[in-house]
Design a protein around this ligand. Structure first.
Ligand code: PMP
Ligand code: GLN
Length: 389
């Protein structure tokens, strides 16, 4: 968790947003929308602050939200959830992931993730004292994919937790049924707990998002995590949830109560309204998905024109693009220079890899750009990127 000089390192996202602030560059670095979610949910949050108690919420989350999460899992995926014992509200997906890893892994254990991986995973695994092992994702014509042989090779008799992420940050991959099956078969054979980060579950562009919990025999060993940040465009509310069998959720709740106890009572009421099926959310989310799909196509096309080799993502806010064709083989250096060269901020994919590892090396020239920005910001970025040629 320390920088090489011993100082406490800021997250790559905070660093890149600060860089954009200092230079005035278009911030295609940190993934957060520059337009908020729908007004009816802001009104719901205001009403909740006015009309509901502003004291600690129940430790598991407000009942209306737990019921809404259970209904969401049933409606979208046919997954059953008892709102009282099988749903836990957390401080964003981040806390759900942290508490799940802490509950089931410790010194001497191994936690398996895909690589590249979202930045909080490695930090939390390190905090538990467990060892982090990874399954590499490799760029191919259809996007970044995993190989069943690598999956089988990554499990050992010390593996306790498999942490999956689909749709995947930073590559935008939506894991296929075959890839998920390979993970599920090994998870079952090795009897591990599966934790799955599905915060981009509704932001897919033509690919089907399959929760790993829906595969045969998986619901009983899987903790499914998501949050309101991405689906509803309220990343600042930090309302997330964990859904899984009561026994596993009890383990997560036990840790979570000592991390934060509870947070965001009034926002939990608003998110409950957001997950309700009154049609307004569905139309908001489908409009958001369509608009992100267009922005994805716009940015992918512009990156190609500028000389990058992007791989069109099937989901998320992000596109990964290879800068090698532009003569830049070190994306970390390029990303420090990009504000001056092109007026743009991006994040090197190596920031999502084990430092100095084989995956970091193989993806050394790759940059992640986000397209969850307004058309004006994207156009400004795209104009700047053309200067790189
Ligand atoms: N997982 C992934 C893959 C993410 O990209 C993010 C960040 N948006 C999170 C988890 C964190 O989600 P939250 O803000 O709900 O904690
Ligand atoms: N998930 C966002 C991203 O990947 C960042 C969230 C954060 O700053 N921790 O860009």
């Amino acid at each position: 968790l320390l920088a090489p000089d011993g100082t406490v390192a800021a997250t790559i996202f905070a660093e890149m947003t600060a860089l954009a602030g200092r230079t005035g560059a278009a911030n295609l670095g940190q993934g957060f929308p520059d337009v908020d979610g729908p007004d009816f949910l802001k009104e719901a949050a205001v009403a909740a602050i006015r009309d509901e108690p502003n004291q600690y919420a129940p430790g598991s989350g407000v009942p209306a939200l737990r019921r809404a999460v259970a209904a969401h899992q049933q409606r979208h995926y046919g997954l059953q959830a008892d709102p009282d014992t099988e749903v836990l509200v957390t401080v964003g997906a981040t806390e759900g992931i942290a508490a799940s890893i802490m509950a089931f892994a410790g010194p001497g254990d191994e936690v398996l993730t895909l690589e590249p991986f979202y930045d909080s995973y490695a930090a939390i695994i390190a905090l538990t004292g467990a060892t982090h092992r990874t399954v590499p994702m490799r760029p191919a014509a259809g996007g970044f994919r995993i190989d069943p042989d690598d999956v089988a090779a990554a499990f050992t008799d010390r593996t306790r937790v498999l942490l999956v992420n689909s749709p995947h940050n930073p590559t935008g991959t939506v894991l296929s049924r075959e890839e998920l099956t390979a993970l599920a078969e090994q998870a079952t054979a090795n009897d591990v707990v599966v934790v799955t980060d599905e915060v981009y579950e509704h932001l897919t562009y033509g690919a089907e998002h399959i929760p790993i919990a829906t595969l045969p025999g998986m619901a009983e060993r899987t903790l499914t995590i998501s949050s309101a940040g991405k689906t509803l465009s309220f990343t600042g509310w930090k309302v997330g949830w964990v859904h899984g069998p009561a026994e596993l959720v009890t383990g997560v709740r036990t840790v979570k109560q000592f991390l934060t106890y509870v947070a965001s009572g009034p926002f939990q009421h608003a998110v409950a309204k957001g997950l309700d099926d009154d049609g307004r959310t569905a139309s908001y989310v489908s409009g958001l998905r369509d608009s992100l799909w267009q922005r994805r196509d716009f940015l992918v096309g512009a990156l190609e024109e500028a000389g990058f080799a992007p791989l069109a993502p099937q989901g998320t806010y992000f596109v990964a693009a290879d800068a090698a064709g532009l003569g830049h083989d070190d994306a970390a250096t390029l990303c420090r220079e990009l504000p001056e060269l092109a007026g743009v901020v991006g994040v090197p994919i190596s920031a999502f890899c084990t430092p100095g590892g084989a995956v970091a090396e193989s993806l050394r020239s790759w940059v992640r750009f986000t397209f969850v920005k307004s058309p004006e910001v994207l156009e400004r970025a795209v104009e700047g990127l053309q200067r790189l040629r």
